[in-house]
Design a binder for this molecule. Structure first.
Ligand SMILES: [Ca+2]
Ligand SMILES: [Ca+2]
Length: 309
């Protein structure tokens, strides 16, 4: 037959089985590239993946912890939801209230601070109750600085001290109360009472110069002077103490010893009966302007006693 289905020879010639095989085979470049994926890249990808997964897990844990902490503070009912392991009874509202700042004091009006008056400075030499004892002496003898007769026996505090009596205990001497002590000068043969809180210092060999120190700058000194010519006391003073005007001196009788005192009452001269010695009992202020222990000086003068008296 003329018309056949036989393929043209050209077409048949073009069909090449080898060529067909080549068409179905993957091109060499693709095969080569797929086989060349490096192991390092795979490990890197895995590492990145693992890292991202770790960050994600960490974030979840952080968020859970954050919300659990927040939940512990407000109320016990919600705390049990976020932290079931902690019983609600362990975090009662009472404990939370303790941690809160107290509100009641802030709401209460504060009273205005009292303004204390400025303390009035004192010299210690004031005698407010006019009993003859200064403030320093009232402290020394435990008497009331606002009561002229502390023990109520009818004698003023100053008069009692001057004569060796305790102003805060009726019918009791200062030495018996322990408020005054007796100093014995065996070399110069005399004794004298002085306040127990004072110091006694010997300034010269033989005890001719003894200082009774108040520790407040003021002191009383007893000076023993020889009178070899047995001069009358007033003459001896005029000859030996140029700081004193003998004509202004006031005669005194202290414990049966004749003597004189200066007009200000701060220096006393006593003579031994045979006029062999003169005792000068003087008040020294050592720069202190106010005299605090004038009555104490009188106590010492009145208690001055010779050993052979
Ligand atoms: Ca007084
Ligand atoms: Ca009294």
């Amino acid at each position: 037959m003329f018309l056949t289905t036989k393929k043209p020879k050209e077409v048949e010639q073009k069909f090449d089985p080898n060529l067909a095989e080549q068409i179905h085979v993957m091109p060499p470049r693709y095969v080569a590239e797929s086989k060349k994926i490096p192991l390092k890249q795979i490990l890197l990808i895995i590492a990145i993946f693992v890292g991202l997964a770790g960050i994600g897990v960490g974030g979840v844990i952080f968020i859970n912890n954050f919300f659990n902490t927040e939940a512990d503070i407000p109320a016990a009912s919600t705390a049990s939801n976020f932290s079931p392991s902690v019983p609600a009874a362990e975090t009662p509202p009472a404990n939370i209230a303790v941690n809160l700042p107290p509100s009641s004091p802030a709401l209460q009006p504060t009273a205005p601070a009292e303004i204390s008056p400025e303390p009035v400075p004192t010299t210690g030499a004031e005698d407010d109750d006019q009993d003859g004892l200064t403030l320093n002496e009232e402290r020394l003898y435990l008497s009331n600085s606002l009561s002229a007769d502390t023990d109520g026996d009818g004698y003023l505090d100053g008069a009692e001290v001057k004569n060796g009596f305790d102003p805060h205990l009726a019918a009791q001497t200062l030495e018996k109360s322990g408020l005054a002590l007796t100093y014995q000068n065996s070399t110069q043969s005399y004794s004298v009472s002085y306040p127990k809180d004072w110091y006694v210092n010997t300034l010269s060999v033989g005890g001719a110069e003894i200082v009774f120190d108040s520790k407040l700058g003021e002191f009383i000194k007893i000076f023993t002077k020889a009178n070899p010519n047995h001069e009358p006391l007033l003459s001896w003073i005029a000859l030996n103490d140029l700081l004193v005007n003998a004509g202004e001196l006031i005669a005194v009788q202290a414990n049966s010893l004749p003597g004189y005192k200066t007009p200000d009452g701060l220096k006393f001269f006593l003579a031994k009966p045979d006029l062999s010695s003169v005792y000068i009992i003087g008040y020294e202020s050592a720069g202190v302007s106010a005299v605090s222990f004038k009555t104490t000086l009188e106590l010492m003068v009145n208690s001055f006693k010779l050993a052979d008296q």
